[in-house]
Design a protein around this ligand. Structure first.
Ligand code: NAD
Length: 338
């Protein structure tokens, strides 16, 4: 099999260690990948004075596929999120975040939820400014949420097509159209129209986001595929990861017409960085999604089975799952199970 070129971005914080673990596991499973490694985030600033160096962007343009560790974004000030910039640059409009129960003994068993989050619009478009009142230049702040009919339609269609392709029964659209009647109203109206086209093939229902947050805690097993706008998807996907063992378990894919970037839902975990104890599972599972994307699904299945075995056994798991294993020990255990 010919090797497929893939851009590798180790990232910041725990990024380099979980990326190295992921590469080792994917290669041990026989993945045929020609890695093209490039920096971004704080590592990009340190090396080139740029959080998204041109060489990194050029590599993704060339390969069309990237596996990315988490990138640090300064809070409140400094440069804008590189993740948001990458999603915009490559128009990665669908953020797919599957979560299923692997770890035994949790609060919920048998969960299998896929969050499909609109990734380019809403409150994350970066249209923000301060408003001066009297002599206070930052007396007020305004952030604009932009929702388009075209953007809503393509993400709703992506969710329904995903449901059809993966034999899923229902799509739940999450919104706040009772208050944000224009922007969220447009998202809901467009989603309903798309749902109509799939009637009889995929069920459809809708929830207001606050009620959804409660429902996800009380009855998460009732949900299948969820589609929602950018900010709600960001928040609810972290909540969903908490239902299946935490952020260390939650992978994600950013899919667009011209490219795809695979990553963990979690960030750089500054509290764990440099200690070698982070759980690499989320990025490994993101690596599996990437293998499926490049037509190496058989290897992805091998990796998933090995990860599931090690986690269910519970002997060599990291601290977030109640164990004492290091990232390296967990990685070796997974490789041993392949
Ligand atoms: P975080 O996701 O890094 O950490 C939240 C909590 O989850 C921490 O307690 C951390 O220890 C734990 N955690 C995260 N990943 C884990 C893993 N693999 N194994 C075990 N525990 C894990 O969120 P944060 O602290 O809010 O953000 C830190 C930085 O990451 C910020 O700069 C933020 O902008 C960035 N961030 C990047 C991405 C991305 O690159 N896609 C996503 C989210 C946050």
């Amino acid at each position: 099999m010919k090797k497929v070129p893939v851009t590798l971005i180790p990232g910041d914080g725990i990024g380099p260690s979980i990326t190295a673990a992921t590469v080792r596991i994917l290669e041990a499973a026989g993945a045929q990948i020609d890695w093209d490694s490039h920096v971004a985030g704080m590592a990009g600033v340190a090396k080139f004075g740029d959080p998204i160096p041109d060489a990194t962007l050029d590599s993704i343009k060339r390969t069309g596929v990237a596996l990315k560790g988490p990138l640090e974004t300064p809070v409140g000030e400094g440069f804008r999120s590189i993740n948001v910039a990458l999603r915009k640059t490559f128009d990665l409009y669908a953020n797919v975040r599957p979560a299923y129960s692997i770890a035994p003994g949790g609060r919920y068993e048998n969960l299998d939820i896929v969050m499909i989050r609109e990734n380019t619009e809403g409150l994350y478009v970066g249209v923000e400014h301060y408003i001066k009142v009297g002599d206070d230049p930052r007396a007020a702040a305004e952030s604009v949420a932009i929702i388009t009919r075209a953007g809503s339609e393509r993400i709703a269609r992506y969710a329904f097509e995903y449901a059809v392709k993966h034999q899923r029964k229902r799509v739940t659209l999450v919104h706040k159209a009772n208050i944000l009647k224009f922007s969220q109203g447009l998202f809901l109206e467009t989603g309903r129209k798309v749902a109509h086209e799939y009637a009889g093939r995929v069920d459809f229902d809708e929830r207001i986001v606050d009620a959804m947050a409660m429902n996800l805690v009380l009855h998460p097993e009732r949900f299948d595929v969820i589609v929602t706008t950018n900010l709600f998807g960001d928040i609810l996907s972290d909540q969903i990861s908490g239902l299946v063992g935490g952020l260390g378990m939650a992978p994600g894919a950013n899919i667009g017409i011209h490219g795809a970037i695979f990553e963990a839902v979690h960030g750089t975990a500054p509290d764990l960085a440099g200690k070698g104890i982070a759980n690499p599972t989320a990025l490994v599972l993101a690596g599996c999604m990437m293998l499926e994307h490049i037509g190496q699904g058989e290897r992805a299945a091998r990796v998933r089975t090995a990860v599931e075995k090690v986690i269910r056994e519970g002997k060599t798991v990291t601290g977030d799952l109640g164990g004492k294993a290091t990232t390296g020990e967990f990685t070796e255990a997974v490789i041993g199970r392949l």
